[in-house]
Design a protein around this ligand. Structure first.
Ligand code: NOJ
Ligand code: CA
Length: 554
């Protein structure tokens, strides 16, 4: 087992293992800070907020896509993998941001989107202009249609965002897009595609990037042998690795190849896979000869309850040991309803998958009466302290350190997310967790920029702003600051031992090798506060451990 290398004088975790127990802060660049007042967050805005990030105490930033994009999917439709979107900056701004982050002791992870490009990518434009069967079309997935005149798509597959996964081109052929129609899937059997991504990984590594977050890592390798199976036939395939579109074994050859690129650098570049696969399949994505680490979304999908939390932690620690990686924990990101809100919908305690409940709540116009904001936040703070005491990496999403709730009431005409447009009445989309951050109590966009923000901010954002929380000792922001600072001091080997004498009913207690102890009361009633030196609490405690509260003890 590895213990964490100590922070250096600059604060940078040193050595090749720096990532194993890092606290990584996700920035969604268009909604973080807007330096030039055009309503869109930008790289200069990020640079200007580095003192804030440093004070927060995170180890690394993961930057969601900042590449040239028409924003058909919030930047996950990349038109050029080796440039910065002029709407949010330049390569020089990127270098300046990267330099300043490193000087502040913060590492930088960027998002790589290899399953699909934007339809505006030069290669896709070239493919559209080229004839059927041409090398330009071979970089993507083009097929003739079915039916007498090819008027039916090659298969009846649905895209992840809803609607058909095939779109017809003016010359009659069809192309595959597992996401939006502006996101054509690459053909990963094409050597030019492989070579181009090696080039991209080196391009950013040469610029000093420390690692990569790999989008849809389970999607690249596909078996598209004709005749293509129908959606119903695919749905019947349950044997792992046999689905023609997802989680195929061959995908790991691509990552073994990438590992050779990562290892050209010192320290080797790191990678974390976004792979929505069954939990037991996850270690394959985290192998040392592949990407090295994989997101674990199990807690994000669980109700706030002791039983599921304990099972998930136990299973994932065993799985990460299997791949010799460290595990990862996530409660919120740019795709999911913020956890303060999920936990504030009372029904969630009974739900197997909290996503269903929150989606339903949003679809019905997010009725405030059903959301217990205080309870949600109390549980979210307790969950975060639980998370930050666990072995492994914690991936935090911008705004959760302010205890932000989801913005539920965005007018249809203000929405941007393709899931809203492609699946009317089924999914309200992800805009509610992507609303630009509030920095000040007042001002045009609560200090996000000097003008209006690209997504509307609600009136309650002022009270949840950095300015409002800064001076309040009991604020969520100050809780995160204290927790992250203490975590640096207390960090230890990657083991965890459940303290059975304190665990039971709604309470979970565990101890790390150096005696760092975490106790969470998931229930509705206070319980006795265990003995020990109280280091930190997620809410007020006296001689009892109140409902929905976590304490760190020693
Ligand atoms: C996962 C990303 O997190 C999400 O935002 C995006 O829409 C899809 N991948 C497609 O790239
Ligand atoms: Ca801007």
């Amino acid at each position: 087992m590895t213990s964490l290398t100590a922070p250096s004088e600059t604060g940078l975790l040193q050595g090749a293992d720096w990532w194993r127990q890092a606290a990584v802060y996700q920035i969604y660049p268009r909604s973080f800070a807007d330096a030039n007042g055009d309503g869109i967050g930008d790289l200069t805005g990020i640079t200007s907020r580095i003192p804030y990030l440093q004070e927060l105490g995170i180890d690394a930033v993961w930057l969601s896509p900042f590449y040239p994009s028409a924003l058909a999917d919030g930047g996950y439709d990349v038109a050029d993998y080796r440039d910065v979107d002029p709407k949010i900056g330049t390569l020089d701004d990127f270098d300046e941001m990267s330099r300043a982050l490193h000087a502040a002791g913060i590492r930088l992870i960027v998002d790589i989107v290899p399953n699909h490009s934007s339809d505006l990518h030069a290669w896709f434009q070239e493919a559209l202009a080229a004839p059927a069967g041409s090398p330009a079309r071979d970089r993507y997935v083009f097929r003739d249609g079915r039916g007498e005149n090819g008027e039916l798509p090659p298969a009846d597959w649905e895209s992840v965002f809803g609607g058909p996964a095939w779109t017809r081109t003016p010359d009659g052929q069809w192309y595959l897009h597992l996401f939006a129609k502006e996101q054509p899937d690459f053909n990963w059997q094409n050597e030019e595609v492989r070579e181009d991504f090696r080039r991209t990984l080196r391009f950013w590594s040469d610029r000093g990037v420390d690692g990569f977050r790999i989008d849809v890592a389970h999607g690249l390798a596909k078996d598209l042998t004709d005749p293509l199976p129908s959606a119903a036939e695919i749905a019947r395939i349950t044997e792992p690795g046999r689905n023609p579109l997802w989680d195929r074994d061959e995908v790991h050859e691509i990552y073994q190849d990438w590992r050779r690129v990562f290892d050209e650098y010192d320290p080797p570049r790191i990678a974390v896979a976004e792979a929505w696969v069954a939990t037991p399949r996850r270690p394959r994505y985290a192998r040392a000869d592949g990407l090295g680490q994989a997101f674990n979304f199990d807690l994000l999908q669980a109700p706030f309850a002791a039983g599921p939390f304990r099972d998930i932690v136990t299973e994932n620690l065993a799985l990460s040991a299997e791949s010799e990686s460290s595990t990862t924990w996530v409660f919120s990101n740019h795709d999911r309803v913020r956890h303060a809100t999920r936990y504030g919908l009372p029904l969630i305690l009974d739900a197997a998958d909290s996503g269903e409940q929150t989606r339903d709540w949003l679809l019905r116009g997010a009725p405030e009466a059903e959301l217990d904001r205080d309870l949600g936040l109390r549980r979210a703070r307790a969950a975060t302290l639980f998370e930050l005491a666990l072995p492994g990496s914690a991936y935090l999403y911008q705004g959760e350190e302010l205890g932000l709730h989801e913005v539920g009431d965005i007018a249809p005409e203000a929405r941007q997310d393709p899931t809203f447009f492609h699946s009317p009445g089924v999914d309200v989309g992800r805009d509610g967790c992507r609303v630009p951050l509030p920095w000040t109590r007042e001002g045009a966009s609560f200090g996000f920029g000097s003008g209006e923000a690209h997504l509307p901010q609600p009136a309650w954002f002022g009270d949840a702003s950095v300015e409002a929380e800064d001076d309040d000792a009991s604020s969520t922001l100050n809780l995160y600051r204290r927790a992250l600072a203490l975590r640096h001091e207390l960090q230890t080997g990657e083991e965890l031992e459940w303290i059975e004498a304190l665990t039971g009913g709604d309470v979970l207690a565990f101890r790390r090798p150096n005696g760092w102890t975490c106790v969470t009361n998931f229930g509705d009633e206070a319980v006795a506060l265990p003995a020990g030196e109280l280091l930190l609490a997620s809410g007020p405690v006296d001689d009892e451990l109140p409902a929905a509260t976590t304490v760190w003890l020693r």
